[in-house]
Design a protein around this ligand. Structure first.
Ligand code: ATP
Length: 137
């Protein structure tokens, strides 16, 4: 069965939106397989965001992800990877479609990083890689 890694980023946790966000994913029909609240480390984030190392937003992104706890979850279901990305909406929360998590709960706060509430794996390979990083084998 397909799996994806979902992160509720520090903005979502700090704004007490974890329950609302998880409820939307469950209501869509995906199954929660694992769930935990974690304080990420720089080392873990460097692995998670390895494709972005060196980009201008990389350091602000890591600082943001270290600014508070995140909620990490594994959701399961047929086509859950694309299904969750569709639920999440596009990267920029200002223009993410209403009805999506980012579109309904997020906006641009004028900061160096897009505080956009959630992360979801973008392919089956990334999902397996990211699940290992956050949950181990
Ligand atoms: P995610 O991978 O987090 O689900 P995504 O695929 O839409 O979102 P990526 O391009 O993988 O976004 O970038 C990872 C994260 O880095 C984004 O979710 C956002 O928080 C931040 N980010 C991406 N591009 C920018 C940018 N141009 N300026 C500021 N922050 C950015």
């Amino acid at each position: 069965i397909e799996r994806t890694l979902v992160l509720i980023k520090p903005d979502g946790v700090a704004r007490n939106l974890s329950g609302s966000i998880l409820a939307r994913i469950e209501s869509k029909g995906y199954v929660l397989a694992e769930l935990k609240k974690v304080n990420a480390t720089r080392d873990l984030l460097e692995q998670h965001y390895e494709e972005h190392v060196g980009k201008p937003f990389y350091e602000p992104l890591v600082e943001f992800m270290l600014s508070g706890p995140v909620v990490a979850a594994i959701f399961e279901g047929h086509r859950v990877i694309e299904g969750f990305r569709s639920l999440a909406g596009t990267t920029d929360p200002t223009t993410a479609a209403p009805g999506t998590i980012r579109g309904d709960f997020g906006r641009d706060w004028g900061l160096a990083v897009q505080q956009n509430l959630v992360h979801g794996s973008d392919s089956a390979d990334s999902a397996e890689r990211e699940i290992k990083i956050w949950f181990g084998e």
